[in-house]
Unconditional design. Structure first.
Length: 249
């Protein structure tokens, strides 16, 4: 089965994995990989690189929005196999090493099991490695304290805590793209909503901070939202963020 790779902007590809997205930023022969799906998505990650004419050896860096297993899945594999650096916000580095875990618990999932879509999602998450141990041995904070990273696509990290303490989105000012991770999504198997929204409450470490971070995203210029879950959303990023905030209140 061919991996679902969408060319959404200049040098920018959105890849739909199994319930989770990742993004490839291409520049010449090199690429930046933003997130890596579930551990069970590894073959899709490698296939997506091949589909854009790249290879794991050409990945200049892996950027992780946050260290949940459905985004961290193949980061350590790429680091250990190809020496690819793995970068996160400084507040998320220890999370990636699994010194602690800010993730929905089995108990919380069971308590929400009556909600539509929760149990099928949970079963898929388990089968895809959502509860596997996939820590990154040597994650590193972003090499630049502020501004664009010197990587393909020139992504600008934007700290958006709440979903986890060190969650980061990535802004691409040149192309008007926002890679929002789980700070702002456009759909999820456990949500009946379509379009810009926050994930259901059980997924956030601190919901109030997650809501507040939407205002940070609303201040960014752009017209294409690439979320961690759901399809690409075209239209002003500010309007998408404000819609999600309104739905969360």
């Amino acid at each position: 089965m061919q991996t679902d790779v969408r060319h959404v902007a200049d040098g920018t590809y959105l890849v739909h994995g199994s319930n989770t997205n990742w993004v490839i930023l291409a520049e010449g022969d090199a690429v930046t990989l933003v997130d890596t799906g579930y551990p069970g998505d590894r073959e899709q990650v490698l296939a997506s690189l091949a589909q854009v004419g790249s290879a794991p050896e050409a990945v200049a860096a892996v950027l992780i929005t946050h260290a949940h297993n459905d985004h961290l899945g193949s980061a350590e594999y790429l680091r250990a196999t190809y020496g690819t650096p793995v970068y996160l916000h400084e507040a998320e580095v220890a999370h990636a090493r699994r010194e602690f875990l800010h993730q929905v618990t089995v108990g919380e999932v069971l308590r929400n099991g009556w909600r539509p879509g929760v149990l099928p999602w949970a079963l898929h998450a388990i089968r895809s490695g959502g509860t596997a141990q996939v820590p990154v041995t040597a994650p590193a904070p972003f090499p630049s304290a502020e501004g664009a990273l010197d990587l393909p696509g020139r992504p600008v990290p934007v700290h958006t805590p709440g979903h986890t303490d060190g969650h980061a989105a990535f802004h691409l000012p040149r192309t008007g793209v926002l890679i929002s991770g789980d700070a702002l999504v456009s759909g999820h198997p456990t949500s009946r909503l379509k379009g810009p929204q926050l994930l259901p409450d059980m997924f956030h470490h601190e919901r109030a901070r997650a809501v507040a971070s939407v205002d940070v995203l609303a201040a960014l210029e752009g017209d294409l939202l690439l979320p961690g879950h759901g399809p690409a959303h075209r239209g002003p990023v500010r309007e998408a963020a404000l819609q999600a905030r309104e739905r969360a209140l």
